[in-house]
Design a binder for this molecule. Structure first.
Ligand SMILES: CC(C)(COP(=O)(O)OP(=O)(O)OC[C@H]1O[C@@H](n2cnc3c(N)ncnc32)[C@H](O)[C@@H]1OP(=O)(O)O)[C@@H](O)C(=O)NCCC(=O)NCCS
Length: 205
């Protein structure tokens, strides 16, 4: 297994990556910001992505996006192929892309929005803290990416103040970022259920 910074030679995996992301969203029945192969390739070409391969087989992927003129970066599109889950691969990919982001954008705040417990756990271990959306980028092109998510109406209704996703932020200038925390599973599940009750119309639950 190799987990490396992706480059142009990995473009052959772009279709598979997009397809795997889409299928995962369908299985989870959750919202997703759709990605096109050309977009994934552009990330590879710029050295802004991490790919995991088992020989020639696709295993996992994640990429960096910069927002608000580089004041914020996000590590997006995390995916591990179903055959390889539960082996700590997402943890390794997240660590690699996080360190790469910190090297490329040392002054940027690193953020994430997610509905997934696995991602919340991974982010917390890296020093991200839960924050309100007002702490995240105001770059409208980031939020426009949510338009293809099935929960987009919630984000619209709340004037982008909140949604089903939880915002998480690593602030390199904060001492708190150095204190890594563990996500309490019970608290996360309770919060998720409260949000669903508040925001989702009955037919969406
Ligand atoms: C989420 C995903 C990336 C996890 O990949 P993975 O390689 O199986 O994850 P890891 O084995 O590295 O596990 C990392 C941590 O998350 C936990 N975890 C993994 N899958 C989980 C799940 N479905 N529910 C709750 N926790 C989970 C693990 O227990 C581990 O926590 P620990 O360190 O406390 O033991 C993978 O399931 C996936 O690709 N899912 C579909 C796409 C997706 O949801 N992407 C995230 C979009 S925000």
């Amino acid at each position: 297994m190799e987990i490396v910074i992706a480059n142009n030679s990995h473009r052959v995996y772009a279709e598979t990556i997009c397809e795997t992301i889409l299928q995962a969203a369908q299985v989870r029945g959750t919202g997703i910001a759709k990605r096109k192969p050309a977009y994934v390739i552009s990330k590879m070409e710029k050295g802004n992505a991490v790919i995991a391969l088992d020989g020639e087989k696709f295993v996992g992927f994640c990429y960096i996006e910069a927002w608000s003129h580089g004041k914020f970066v996000a590590n997006s599109g995390l995916i591990v192929h179903p055959d390889y889950r539960g082996k700590g691969i997402a943890k390794q990919i997240k660590k690699k892309i996080f360190e790469h982001s910190r090297t490329k954008f040392p002054n940027a705040k690193v953020f994430s929005i997610t509905t997934g417990l696995a991602v919340m756990k991974l982010n917390s271990e890296l020093g991200y803290k839960p924050v309100t959306f007002s702490e995240l980028t105001e770059d409208q092109s980031f939020w426009n990416g949510c338009q293809t998510c099935k929960n987009f109406d919630v984000l619209k209704r709340t004037n982008q103040k909140m949604c089903l996703c939880t915002g998480m932020l690593y602030d390199p200038n904060s001492n708190e970022a150095k204190q890594k925390t563990k996500v309490k599973e019970k608290v996360f599940k309770r919060l998720k259920s409260i949000k669903q009750t508040l925001f989702l119309k009955k037919d969406k639950k």
